[in-house]
Design a protein around this ligand. Structure first.
Ligand code: HEC
Length: 402
């Protein structure tokens, strides 16, 4: 497909994806917060009341009463609002984005031959298998072990660790992180479609039919909803991780990912408990954050320079020749790589001044994290990376001619 059309599809679908995702996550945050803020009913209220909450927003006052189940005579007049299209829209557009960004265009972002030597077809099949396999495994664990939630939780966390290591040994770092998030997002959408919405529908149907209401359906819906809730911060991180090569481009990218996931879940716990609750969770979260920042910390420029001590002086002409050979097929005014109608991220190396200005990012992407060239399509060598590193460490100087 034409690269510009693919770009537009990407833009529009991503726009919808983000808006739907904000609405879904916002709902999740609001309802979990409301549950935690419920107080005993302030006056007699009919039915199976769990509590009430008063809110004010934009000058209006909202009185919300939560009931575990409804009696036939309490059935609300329609409409009774339910929340599912936010999550379905997020998932559908997310799946489309996996197709547009990762499957189309010859698996450009998925395959890194230094990670795993996959063909395009193999990469696409692996991508689909990860999304389907993740939700199948999660369902199996939580269906078989529904009455042993601690065991199920332990197995799920072990599977999460396995997924982080497995994915970072299968795909290029950036695709590994996105697939980790997409796999969790698929589990979350399946929870809404297969447990939360059907559970509440069955409860309503029983109420309408005047038959006993199975409140365990509500309890299961709530459990799945809490799983989704604790996955929100980790998933949102994976979705913005593209911008941070220091995370997915790290040599220990699985550990970096798991530490950030730990921090995200602990932060959500702390938010839910208004920064109280079990202090151990706070300590684990803070330690995870300190560990990941330390692990990914860059050497100070002086230290980086030290790494190139003893290397002969590198002229700009040498550095420019490497960049022309390995980078400008994509990063130029007129990319020759057919997948790009424009220079990716607007980064162009046609002009010496631009190369000079971009030196810190070139160091980060091509020398330290080795996340550029993309999938090493242009076959840069480690020696060439080191030469670029030395040129930058020596001050990224232009020749007198420039
Ligand atoms: C096959 C195409 C391709 C080649 C070749 C390529 N890049 Fe990139 N580059 C991309 C794409 C796509 C992006 C945007 C996505 C991203 O940032 O990962 C990008 C983004 C960048 C960015 C901007 C993002 C940031 O983190 O600042 C820099 C800098 C960069 N590349 C440097 C390089 C260097 C240096 C080379 C050569 C050693 C190179 N690239 C070769 C495709 C390529």
């Amino acid at each position: 497909m034409n690269a510009a059309i693919l770009d537009w599809l990407n833009l529009l679908v991503r726009w919808i994806h983000i808006i739907a995702g904000i609405m879904w996550v916002g709902n999740s945050f609001l309802f979990v917060w409301m549950d935690s803020a419920l107080t005993a009913a302030s006056k007699p209220r009919e039915g199976d009341v769990m509590g009430e909450i008063w809110l004010v927003h934009s000058g209006g006052f909202y009185e919300v009463v939560k009931r575990r189940s409804l009696r036939p005579q309490d059935l609300p007049p329609s409409p009774l609002y339910t929340f599912m299209w936010q999550s379905y829209t997020t998932w559908i557009t997310g799946a489309l984005l996996v197709g547009i960004v990762y499957w189309a265009g010859g698996s450009l972002y998925m395959v890194d031959r230094s990670v795993a030597n996959l063909t395009t077809t193999q990469a696409i099949l692996a991508s689909a298998a990860v999304l389907i396999g993740g939700v199948a495994l999660y369902e199996a664990i939580w269906t078989l072990l529904e009455n042993q939630p601690r065991v199920a939780l332990g197995l799920s966390l072990a599977a999460l660790i396995g997924a982080a290591f497995g994915l970072t040994h299968l795909f290029a770092g950036r695709a590994a992180y996105i697939h980790f998030g997409a796999m969790l997002g698929t589990i979350m959408a399946a929870n809404v479609a297969h447990h939360i919405v059907p559970g509440q529908n069955k409860m309503l149907a029983a109420t309408r039919a005047g038959t006993p209401v199975d409140v365990s359906l509500g309890a299961r819906a709530k459990a799945r909803s809490i799983h989704n809730h604790y996955l929100t911060l980790p998933v949102v991180f994976t979705m913005i991780s593209n911008h941070f090569a220091l995370t997915y481009g790290h040599a220990q990218s699985a550990i970096v990912l798991l530490l950030i996931v730990t921090f995200g879940m602990a932060l959500k716990y702390a938010m839910n408990h208004r920064f109280g609750g079990n202090r151990l969770v706070h300590v684990v979260g803070v330690l995870a954050l300190i560990a990941v920042v330390t692990l990914t910390a860059r050497k100070a420029p002086a230290g980086a320079r030290g790494a190139y001590n003893g290397r002969p002086a590198v002229s700009f002409a040498e550095a420019q020749a490497i960049i022309e050979r390995r980078c400008t097929t994509c990063h130029s005014h007129h990319p020759t790589n057919p997948s790009f109608s424009q220079a990716p991220s607007g980064v162009m190396f046609d002009d010496p001044a631009r190369i000079h200005a971009m030196a810190p990012r070139i160091l980060e992407r091509a020398v330290i994290t080795k996340t550029m060239p993309l999938g090493n399509l242009t076959g840069i060598t480690d020696e060439e990376r080191a030469t670029l590193g030395a040129w930058i460490a020596q001050g990224a100087k232009l020749d007198a001619a420039h």
